[in-house]
Design a protein around this ligand. Structure first.
Ligand SMILES: CC(C)(COP(=O)(O)OP(=O)(O)OC[C@H]1O[C@@H](n2cnc3c(N)ncnc32)[C@H](O)[C@@H]1OP(=O)(O)O)[C@@H](O)C(=O)NCCC(=O)NCCS
Length: 184
């Protein structure tokens, strides 16, 4: 058990300027999205966010803001039962390589399975982003394959697809088969 604590909570209004500054000054090549984030996309806090879109702050045990995790819907068919949630994460450089990335994404997966009747959580990351691939594996996600040329960041990039299903075993706990399944 690590002594370093990781927590998730809705970002506070006064933190939005900090987060906007971090987004405007990418600390990672993986955040260099031409055109930047869609304006207003994550502007709603958790209580009013639509079920398929959201964001939480990642903090340490002393409530120091470290970064964010987010999720949005992706659809594999016209019915709600064919909807998955795609997750993302960004931590400040000073917060990396301390276990926060793996723990935060594992916690987010548990939170989303408890909160929404979703069966599949997925995450994509650049084929060169070894840190995120390892963090996702630690968080119980499984590598599924490579999406060739899927992302534009000043050039075409191949992504690796990872997914964690509701009935996959958690890395440090029991499978979540007792939780509600998609019913529609
Ligand atoms: C990717 C990111 C979330 C990983 O979080 P982190 O807190 O640094 O990672 P952790 O400390 O939880 O480490 C998880 C695993 O990755 C490994 N790892 C961490 N950084 C690494 C690096 N730079 N190179 C290789 N392995 C690395 C750790 O050793 C650990 O491996 P283990 O399970 O074998 O022990 C974080 O680095 C980050 O926010 N990066 C910038 C944004 C980004 O790339 N987001 C993902 C875009 S899709």
């Amino acid at each position: 058990m690590s002594a370093v604590a990781t927590r998730l909570r809705p970002p506070r209004p006064q933190e939005e300027a900090v987060l906007a500054g971090w987004r405007a000054d990418p600390a990672s090549p993986y955040e260099d999205f031409t055109g930047g984030p869609t304006p207003g996309r994550y502007d709603t806090g958790l209580p009013t966010a639509p079920p398929g879109l959201g964001r939480l702050a990642v903090t340490d045990g002393d409530d120091l803001l470290l970064g964010t995790v987010s999720w949005h819907e992706v659809t594999y068919g016209p019915n709600r039962g064919s909807t998955a949630l795609s997750i993302g994460i960004s931590l400040r450089p000073s917060a990396r390589q301390k276990g926060h990335g793996a723990r935060a994404q594992g916690m987010l997966a548990e939170y989303l399975f408890v909160s929404y009747p979703v069966h599949r959580l997925e995450a994509t990351t650049d084929v060169t982003n070894v840190a995120e691939q390892r963090a996702l594996e630690r968080a119980g996600f499984r590598r599924e394959g490579v999406l060739r040329g899927a992302q534009w960041r000043g050039g075409r990039h191949d992504l690796v697809m990872y997914a964690r299903l509701r009935d996959d075993p958690a890395t440090d706990g029991p499978p979540m088969t007792a939780r509600p399944r998609v019913t529609c």
